[in-house]
Design a protein around this ligand. Sequence first.
Ligand SMILES: [Zn+2]
Ligand SMILES: [Zn+2]
Ligand SMILES: [Zn+2]
Ligand SMILES: [Zn+2]
Length: 218
Amino acid sequence: MPKKMSMTSNTGTCNLCEGVFSQKEILKHVRDCATSKCAGQKQEKMFLVNVNSSGFWLYIAASENAKLSDLDSFLRRIWLECCGHLSAFRIGGSSYQSGTSDVTSSKSMNFILKDVLHPGTRFEHEYDFGSTTYLALAVEDFIQLPADKSRILLLSRNNMQDIPCGVCGKKATQICVFCFGNKSNCFCEKCSEGHDCGEDGLLPIVNSPRCGVCGYTG
Ligand SMILES: [Zn+2]
Ligand SMILES: [Zn+2]
Ligand SMILES: [Zn+2]
Ligand SMILES: [Zn+2]
């Protein structure tokens, strides 16, 4: 694992209006913003879910009738997928795993959300049982949104802060997975070219808690 540094800023962007808000304001804003979009529209009641990992965060809306596998796919698309690793949700002592072909199995992700979640539920998601990325999820409440075909919608996500290159101090774009110790493992385009560890360990700096892990490129 590369060493952890703060990559996220304390602001986030609302995906409904593109507005930028502090992390403190964003939940209230997202609710207000969703309400304003609903005026005169056919509406759908969805779960409002917060997802957190190492300073990275998302607010998402999930249809009550979406399956755990839909939520898993969404998380893979936005934050996780590198090489098709297995994943699992852990909800109230039960484990629901991806890649379980038996859809009647109590361990598959074939469950619909309203059968396993309700407002107040805290649960976990793990992607890759080797170099695991752990996500903490919480169902905050219900939220009304204009009816849409999407089962899972992004409402807002954290912004990134600029990370200085460990050599020259310019904005870093690459992270080295082989660098350990106290030295910075982030480098600008130019400095990453001559980096001691070679170019095989360099991955792009992206807005995800899986940044710098396995082969994750965003
Ligand atoms: Zn907004
Ligand atoms: Zn991988
Ligand atoms: Zn540099
Ligand atoms: Zn290195």
